[in-house]
Design a protein around this ligand. Structure first.
Ligand code: PBG
Length: 329
């Protein structure tokens, strides 16, 4: 008790603070989401995500080399699909010569050790901007799973290391795992978006891929029939448990900053690597406030990333990966 207990003894300078520090942040913790567009020599900045670009494949390869040299070991790949390739089935998603498949091959050629995590969900390929196939006024679960399986196998054939299903259909992890085994890809892993919430923080991302849900009769312009309700925490445990039973290697909580309680809950309840996604809207908030001089960009960035580690995340998907890795090295 005071005065014998003085917490400030262990805070008196940086040396002692660093001795008692409970968490640390390194570039090994980061996964960088990247956006790939058709064309050559294309570098388009995403308006609501300053500093983040859609690159054509040629420039993506240079990017990935740079990222690797910064100490970042994994990329989460998204492609912007041309409007004329979109339909309700999402079939461009498993085109062996599609932009995603070409990107996976090109990255593997250029930086063989880079861990490639391609996004698996139909939204960039859907005329409706939904993560699944639409029929009978609904997002069809089991039909969508069949599409996601074809998509995942085509990613594995192209050389993906860890498939990243972000769609929130029920049973898709098991279906993908089984298909990977049957098709000769026992070593391809699955990072499942287990606790992915229906969030308004995804806005800028949907600008990046031009993939926002559109107005269709009887179907709301949101993803609340498949992504989780943000009022719920315990439900995340059921989602995580199901994905572990179905064969997930890593589970994800998404978004990040407003969901640190969920990260901790999952970490405390399961012995599986936990990832967290600091999403586009979180990135945009920090960028906008710092551009106005209202926040110190670098300090807020590192504080937010460290908070994920403190909450129990083993890895962080973040658009800040490059900037943070530069600062940390
Ligand atoms: C879609 C997908 C989304 C994100 C990753 N994959 C958006 C959504 O669910 O609508 C969001 C990423 C971000 O906001 O940074 N399957």
């Amino acid at each position: 008790m005071f005065p014998y207990n003085r917490h400030r003894r262990l805070r008196k300078n940086e040396a002692v603070r660093s001795l008692v520090r409970e968490t640390s942040l390194t570039p090994n913790d980061f996964v960088l989401p990247i956006f790939v567009a058709e064309g050559k020599d294309v570098k388009e900045e995403i308006k609501s995500m300053p500093g983040i670009y859609r690159h054509s494949l040629d420039l993506t390869v240079n990017e990935v080399k740079e990222i690797w040299n910064l100490g970042i070991k994994a990329v989460n790949v998204y492609v912007k699909v041309n409007a004329d390739l979109k339909d309700n089935t999402g079939k461009e998603a498993w085109n062996a010569d599609g932009l995603m498949q070409q990107t996976i091959k090109a990255i593997k050629d250029a930086v063989p050790e880079m861990i490639i995590m391609p996004d698996v969900a139909l939204d960039p390929y859907s005329i409706y901007g939904h993560d699944g196939i639409i029929g009978n006024g609904k997002i069809l679960n089991d039909e969508t799973n069949e599409a996601l399986v074809k998509m995942s196998i085509s990613h594995a054939e192209a050389g993906a290391d860890i498939i990243a299903p972000s769609d929130m259909m029920d049973g898709r992890v098991g279906a993908i795992r089984e298909a990977l085994e049957e098709n000769g890809f026992p070593d391809v892993g699955i990072i499942s978006y287990a606790a992915k919430y229906a969030s308004s923080f995804y806005g800028p991302f949907r600008d990046a891929l031009d993939s926002a849900p559109v107005d269709i009769e009887n179907i709301p312009r949101d993803k609340k029939t498949y992504q989780m309700d943000y009022h719920n925490a315990l439900e995340a445990l059921r989602e995580v448990e199901a994905d572990i039973m179905e064969g997930a290697d890593i589970v994800m909580v998404k978004p990040g900053m407003a969901y640190l309680d969920i990260v901790r809950l999952v970490k405390d309840n399961y012995n599986i690597p936990v990832s967290v996604f600091q999403v586009s809207g979180e990135y945009a908030m920090i960028k906008a406030a710092s551009a106005n001089g209202w926040l110190d960009h670098d300090k807020v960035m590192l504080e937010s990333l460290t908070a994920f580690k403190r909450a129990g995340a083993d890895m962080i998907f973040t658009y800040f990966s490059k900037e943070a890795a530069r600062l940390l090295s």
